[in-house]
Design a protein around this ligand. Structure first.
Ligand SMILES: Cc1cc2nc3c(=O)[nH]c(=O)nc-3n(C[C@H](O)[C@H](O)[C@H](O)COP(=O)(O)OP(=O)(O)OC[C@H]3O[C@@H](n4cnc5c(N)ncnc54)[C@H](O)[C@@H]3O)c2cc1C
Length: 320
């Protein structure tokens, strides 16, 4: 294994890191604060902007202690707190991670590498896209991937949910408490969601179903106004007027760079519980990237704290 030849002033001076954190969303930032406070030699690698999905959320209404908090502002505050505790943030995307002997080697897209004794993967996941016209253009203007986050903006309005799995139906039930009407648009004639969820959704007068239907386009000027939908049996194309559309056709965890190294579940998430321990000693998984029931900022923050503490214990047992 070659020595480190990396990017970033502080990082270049480090022979081998105690902890390398991949991903600067809430999970990674929390891990970086805890690692800094534990006086570990730590470095955080972020491929885009500190804050992750939180940075892209304009209004957060469920962060305890703040009735409303601005996502970019919260991200900047957490980033400043990371630097305050001495963990450097390096803006670089990690393309490859491998383990040899007791060390991890991280490689970025420029083929630059760095070595670490432990790694916390906090690279998150991204919602699978519908890939139809209007989706990107109207993102945040009625197109959403998170009902918990954005549902309150659609009080007493009509919205559509795309999907037929557990998430789509759970979120339909959640939205039905807020909005006037939820239309579940599903490409088949039966749901994949569990029976209990199905029964509750079918019994809810505010939820209706558009079966055998796919979305061709999301339409609107500056905000979502309608979906153009196609019945796959009759091929009839019609307009469904809605103020918002929530897309639940699955998530894509950012685990491509981990394949072959660590155990992933059938959906590609890193297998780990609240302890954040993975199938690989010294490798910890925090936040949305790991198998879990609730993917939110507070659960990601808790994971980051757990992962840094677990890394500290791991290093302590080995005399570092
Ligand atoms: C639209 C929307 C609104 C939301 N609103 C809320 C809300 O109101 N309240 C709430 O609690 N939750 C909300 N959530 C969920 C919440 O944002 C996530 O649960 C949380 O951000 C997960 O944190 P994370 O650190 O695990 O991952 P992310 O926030 O996804 O951060 C992962 C980071 O890793 C980086 N990264 C990925 N791969 C690499 C790599 N190979 N190398 C380097 N960096 C990499 C990414 O650039 C990203 O910055 C919302 C989600 C969405 C999509």
């Amino acid at each position: 294994m070659s020595g480190p030849i990396f990017i970033g002033a502080e990082c270049m001076n480090q022979e081998i890191f105690d902890v390398a954190i991949i991903g600067g969303g809430p999970a990674g930032l929390s891990a970086a604060i805890y690692a800094g406070r534990a006086h570990l030699r730590a470095c955080l690698f972020e491929g885009m902007s500190a804050g992750g999905q939180m940075f892209n959320t304009s209004t957060i209404e469920n962060f305890p202690g703040f009735s409303i908090v601005d996502g970019p502002e919260l991200s900047q505050k957490m980033e400043a707190q990371v630097r305050q505790w001495g963990t450097e943030i390096i803006y670089s995307h990690i393309a490859k991670l491998k383990r040899e002997a007791d060390l991890f080697e991280l490689t970025n897209y420029n083929e630059e590498t760095v070595l670490a004794r432990t790694v916390i993967v906090a690279a998150g996941s991204i919602p699978r896209k519908l890939q139809v016209p209007g989706e990107l253009e109207l993102a945040g203007q009625g197109v959403s991937y998170c009902a918990t986050c954005d549902g309150a903006f659609f009080r007493d309005k009509d919205v559509a949910i795309i999907g037929g799995g557990d998430s789509a139906i759970e979120e339909s039930l959640y939205l039905a408490r807020l909005v006037r009407q939820v239309t579940v648009v599903h490409r088949r004639d039966a749901l994949r969601a569990t029976k209990d969820l199905q029964e509750r959704a079918f019994a809810n007068p505010r939820i209706e179903f558009l079966w055998d239907t796919t979305v061709e386009a999301i339409e609107g000027h500056a905000r979502v106004e309608a979906l153009r939908v196609r019945n796959v049996k009759t091929q009839a194309v019609t307009a469904l007027p809605v103020a918002g559309v929530f897309i639940y056709i699955g998530m894509l965890p950012n685990t491509a760079f981990l394949e072959g190294l660590v155990e992933l579940d059938e959906y590609g998430y890193v297998v780990a519980d609240e302890s954040t321990l993975t199938s690989v000693p010294g490798l910890f998984a925090a936040g949305d990237i790991r198998t879990k029931d609730l993917r939110q900022i507070v659960t990601a923050l808790a994971d980051g704290a757990m992962a840094a503490t677990a890394a500290e214990r791991y290093l302590g047992k080995r005399g570092f």
